[in-house]
Design a protein around this ligand. Structure first.
Ligand code: CA
Length: 221
């Protein structure tokens, strides 16, 4: 089935390129020039993926994203950011973005990331395991009345483990779920993240554990 993408970008040239390029790659594309159009289009149809430019003429793309999320839109979001907008990247994630690309970007990179997001969003449909629940809007892990904040990487890692709770997940699979394509991630980096997540589970007093499967990976149960 075709994924449909809502692209929110005010630059006409880039909008045209994204439209043609993404259609060629087999996506269905809706185009919005600003935040107002984005909200209207998102209201009229459910999209699988969102690509949102942060610098829009009528609003900040992150505010548009938050407005969409509070309207119940749960599609993964990839932000397009201007160059050298360092700290902005982080606030893009806290505004509910799942990934970002800095302009100018290579089109193939955008497509690769959208495919990862699309795959992830169908996998991460399962957001609960045992006493744990992931809240994708607040980016937190919830256990009964308590919650723990997660960094974007921790969030994706936890999402991957929760979606496949009870199964063994290989380190390689964890890396492709949680880090951008092409990122160099060592096995011990994964282990460090798992240690941190275990601490968070402890803090939450959760009965769910991350079990080590020696030589292979981990199992959340
Ligand atoms: Ca712009």
């Amino acid at each position: 089935m075709k994924s449909n993408v809502l692209v929110v970008e005010d630059n006409p040239e880039l909008r045209r390129l994204l439209n043609e390029g993404l259609e060629e790659e087999g996506f269905e594309v809706d185009l919005a020039r600003d935040g107002r159009e984005a909200l209207m289009l998102a209201d009229s149809r459910k999209h699988d993926l969102l690509v949102i430019d942060i610098g829009l003429p009528d609003s900040d793309g992150r505010d548009v994203c938050q407005a969409l999320k509070s309207n119940g839109v749960d599609a993964p979001v990839l932000f397009l950011t201007a160059r050298d907008s360092g700290p902005d990247r982080v606030s893009g994630f806290s505004a509910g973005g799942d990934d970002y690309l800095t302009k100018p970007f290579v089109f193939a990179e955008l497509v690769a990331r959208l495919r990862v997001l699309a795959r992830r969003s169908t996998q991460v449909d399962r957001t609960t395991a045992g006493d744990l629940r992931l809240d994708p809007v607040k980016h937190v892990l919830v256990c009964r009345d308590d919650q723990a904040e997660l960094t974007p990487t921790e969030f994706r890692l936890t999402g991957a483990m929760i979606a496949r709770s009870g199964e063994v997940i290989r380190r390689r699979e964890m890396i492709s779920a949680a880090w951008p394509p092409g990122a160099i991630v060592h096995d011990n980096t994964v282990d460090v993240y798992v240690r941190r997540l275990r601490k968070k589970l402890e803090t939450l007093d959760s009965e769910t554990r991350i079990h080590t499967v020696h030589g292979v990976g981990y199992r959340l149960e």
